[in-house]
Design a protein around this ligand. Structure first.
Ligand SMILES: [Zn+2]
Length: 313
C-alpha cells in the first residue's frame, strides 16, 4: 500500500543545516530512505517561514528553501518534482512525486509579484496564513472572528487563476468561512477533528462537512497535541479514532495523511515517529476498514481528487 502525505517540514531543516543530507540524515524524519521504507508515493514539502525570521528576510528564506528543494531533494534520481498534477499518474514504480507547498503567505508581505515568483517555482498548494496575522488574514492563534483582508482577496484571485489548491490548515475560523465561496480549490493539509481534540488548529464538524461539500479534503496530522489535548506523545490508537470519526462524518475517500514530520520535533506518536513507520498505521487501519477503504485513505482518494481537478481545468 502506497502513501500520499500532504505535509512535512523537511525544507526548513535542509535550508538551516550546514551539513544537510536528504538521503539518510537521521535528524530528518522524512528523509529519502525513510520515505522509501514507508512506501511514500507523493510527498508534499512545505516552505515554512519561522515566525522569528525578521520580516525583511522572509522572502529570501522562502527562496532558500526552494533552492534546498532542488539542491538536496531533487538530487535523488527517484524524486520527481510535480509541477503539473498530471504528472502524478505518470510516476513509475520506485519514483516519489515531490510537491511544493507554501505554508502561509508571510513571505510575500503585501507583494503579489513575490507570490508569482514563488508560484513560478512550481508551488501547487498555498496556505493563506500560518498561526499569526499577516497581510492576507489571520491564523488560528489570532482572533477567530477577524476575516480575510482586502489584499487577501487579491491573493485568492491569483491562486484561483493559477489553479492552485488553497490550504486552510492554519487559517482562523472566519477566514475559513470567507475563503470557501471565493476559492476554486480548497484542502486542509494537516488538521484533525476538533470534536475529538479541542484545538483551534483542528476543524469543527461543520467545517469538515463544508470543506468536503466544496470538493475538498482533510488530511490528518500526527502532532500529538492535535490528537489528544495538551499531550506531548500519543498512540496510533488515538490517531485512528480521528480517522474513524472523520470517515463516519464525510467518508474515508475524502480524508488522508498530512503527517507534519520535521515540523514537530521532539514530539511524536509512538511507532509513528518518522516516514518509515507509515506501514504501522496502515496495518492498524486494516483492522478497522476494508483494504479498498485503507487504500482510498492512504493513496487513492487523493489521486482521484487530483484526477477530478485535472478533468475540470
Ligand atoms: Zn503547519
Amino acid at each position: 500500500m502506497k502513501v500520499v502525505d500532504l505535509h512535512c517540514d523537511v525544507l526548513e531543516k535542509l535550508a538551516r543545516f550546514e551539513d544537510a543530507n536528504f538521503r539518510n540524515d537521521s535528524r530528518i524524519y522524512s528523509n529519502f530512505e525513510r520515505l522509501k521504507a514507508g512506501n511514500v508515493k507523493i510527498q508534499v514539502f512545505a516552505i515554512f517561514i519561522h515566525p522569528d525570521i525578521p520580516k525583511e528576510q522572509k522572502f529570501q528564506e522562502a527562496l532558500r528553501q526552494i533552492e534546498a528543494f532542488h539542491k538536496y531533494v531533487l538530487k535523488e534520481p527517484e524524486m520527481v518534482h510535480i509541477k503539473d498534477w498530471k504528472q502524478i499518474d505518470e510516476l513509475e514504480e520506485g519514483q516519489i512525486g515531490a510537491v511544493l507547498s507554501l505554508e502561509g503567505c508571510d513571505a510575500i508581505d503585501d507583494d503579489l509579484e513575490k507570490l508569482k515568483i514563488i508560484l513560478d517555482a512550481g508551488v501547487k498548494i498555498v496556505g493563506l496564513t500560518w498561526n499569526y496575522e499577516n497581510k492576507v488574514g489571520y491564523g488560528t492563534s489570532e482572533d477567530s472572528t477577524k476575516g480575510i483582508k482586502p489584499f487577501g482577496k487579491k491573493v485568492i484571485e491569483l491562486l484561483n487563476e493559477r489553479d492552485i489548491i488553497i490550504d486552510v490548515a492554519h487559517l482562523n475560523e472566519r477566514g475559513f468561512y470567507e475563503l470557501l465561496p471565493l476559492a476554486k480549490k480548497v484542502i486542509a493539509s494537516h488538521c484533525n477533528s476538533r470534536t475529538l481534540c479541542d484545538h483551534p488548529r483542528n476543524l469543527t464538524d461543520e467545517q469538515v462537512k463544508m470543506l468536503v461539500e466544496k470538493g475538498g479534503r482533510i488530511h490528518v496530522v500526527f502532532y500529538p497535541p492535535f490528537i489528544e489535548k495538551e499531550k506531548k506523545t500519543t498512540t496510533i490508537e488515538k490517531l485512528v479514532e480521528h480517522i474513524k470519526y472523520l470517515a463516519n462524518l464525510v467518508g474515508v475517500e475524502h480524508i488522508g495523511f498530512g503527517s507534519d514530520f520535521d515540523g514537530m520535533d521532539p514530539l511524536s506518536v509512538s511507532n509513528l515517529s518518522n516516514a518509515s513507520e507509515f506501514p504501522n498505521i496502515i496495518e492498524r487501519l486494516r483492522q478497522e476498514f476494508t483494504d479498498d477503504e485503507v487504500k482510498l485513505f492512504s493513496e487513492e482518494g487523493f489521486m482521484n481528487y487530483i484526477r477530478k481537478l485535472n478533468a475540470t481545468t
